[in-house]
Design a protein around this ligand. Structure first.
Ligand code: B12
Length: 291
């Protein structure tokens, strides 16, 4: 898929707002916050264009820019809750079209960070809870998470940078089927101009090592979701830990308890995905960083 995001000049022409005004809204209010090319040029996706149009319209109704941004942020928060709700209900009802509709709405109205942290992760958690409590069948869960996987893949191709800072290898542990959080995380790295290479679920230790040796990534991230699958994922981390110039990171609920991280090589990324992407960005770029 080609990059169909717009340059600031193109957005300005499209919505009839001068470039300096768009820049000043971003500088003062951080709204919207477009992705950038490696050269630092802004690129606007459909969500950012919509955010700008909405801000323009609110100001034209007589609101101050500051008040308009607060209002739009509240609206975005409400929208995120609504999308989560729609996806979770659609999963329980096994309603494929409703899942697809909700995801299309997310792409059109929310930034990648809002989509990942505000919709994808909470929806996965709630679907898991519903499944556990018998409110969502295995089929409903598979149907919804399958669509989320396809949707994340399509978005990743849209955001994959043309001249990336380097490659980052992403893998689950060798016994872990839970790859979705990793796929969502790949999107956040692509937004920061890294080239994420997602090896995905149940990657054997030897395969991860071979990929890390051949593809020469700047960092490797291993994720494991369950205590039962933690041990083999530590083997993966140990296998790549000795590679020179490669940052080693790990995440997931298997590593949430502090004692589970004892003796594990690499840096634990925590639960906040946006912060984790920023941390890897700074560290893999050679800047001293702390989480
Ligand atoms: C989708 C799903 C599946 C799909 C996965 C599809 C895929 N390609 O990913 C399938 C159907 C394959 C599956 C299989 C299984 N699953 Co499942 N699954 C889920 C579900 C609904 C979402 C998983 C997910 O992506 N979570 C990601 C986020 C939502 O998890 P989180 O805990 O909030 O993560 C936070 C942090 O840990 C951290 N984090 C997590 N990942 C990452 C990654 C990065 C890079 C960073 C920075 C941070 C980070 O940040 C998050 C945000 O705060 C969860 C429910 C849940 N609560 O997670 C169950 C869940 C994880 N599954 C569970 C189980 C039991 C299984 C199975 C054993 C079921 C079975 N009987 O076969 C198998 C396991 C197979 C295996 N060996 O791995 C349990 C695990 C219980 C436990 N703690 O041990 C859960 C919690 C469901 C439940 N409520 O019981 N599953």
């Amino acid at each position: 898929m080609t990059d169909d995001r717009l340059k600031v000049k193109e957005v300005a022409a499209l919505i009839g707002v001068p470039v300096p005004t768009i820049r000043s809204w971003e500088k003062r209010y951080g709204w919207p916050d477009p992705s950038r090319t490696q050269g630092g040029h802004r690129r606007y996706g459909p969500a950012e264009v919509e955010q700008l149009q909405a801000l323009r319209d609110e100001i034209s109704k007589g609101r101050s820019a500051r008040r308009a941004v607060v209002l739009l942020q509240q609206l975005a928060l409400r929208r995120r809750h609504e999308y989560v709700d729609r996806i979770v209900r659609a999963a329980a009802a096994m309603d494929q079209e409703a899942v697809m509709h909700a995801l299309a709405g997310v792409t059109a109205t929310l930034s990648v960070e809002e989509a990942v942290e505000g919709v994808v992760i909470p929806a996965l958690r709630e679907i898991g809870r519903d499944w556990e409590q018998g409110r969502c069948s295995v089929a409903g869960e598979h149907l919804a998470t399958g669509h989320m996987k396809q949707w994340l893949g399509a978005l990743l191709e849209r955001y994959r940078p043309q001249s990336p800072k380097g490659a980052i290898l992403l893998s689950t542990g060798p016994a872990d089927y839970h790859s979705l959080a990793l796929e969502a995380f790949a999107l956040l790295l692509a937004r920061r101009n890294w080239n994420p290479i997602v090896l995905g679920a149940i990657t054997p230790v030897a395969s991860l090592l071979e990929a890390a040796t051949t593809l020469e990534p700047r960092a490797v991230v291993v994720v494991s979701h369950m205590a039962a699958t933690r041990r083999p994922s530590v083997d993966s981390l140990k296998a790549v830990a000795s590679l020179e110039g490669v940052g080693i990171f790990y995440a997931g609920n298997a590593f949430a308890p502090i004692r589970s991280r004892r003796g594990v090589p690499g840096a634990y990324l925590g639960a906040d995905m946006t912060a984790a992407a920023g941390f890897i960005d700074r560290t893999a770029n050679g800047q001293p960083a702390s989480m």
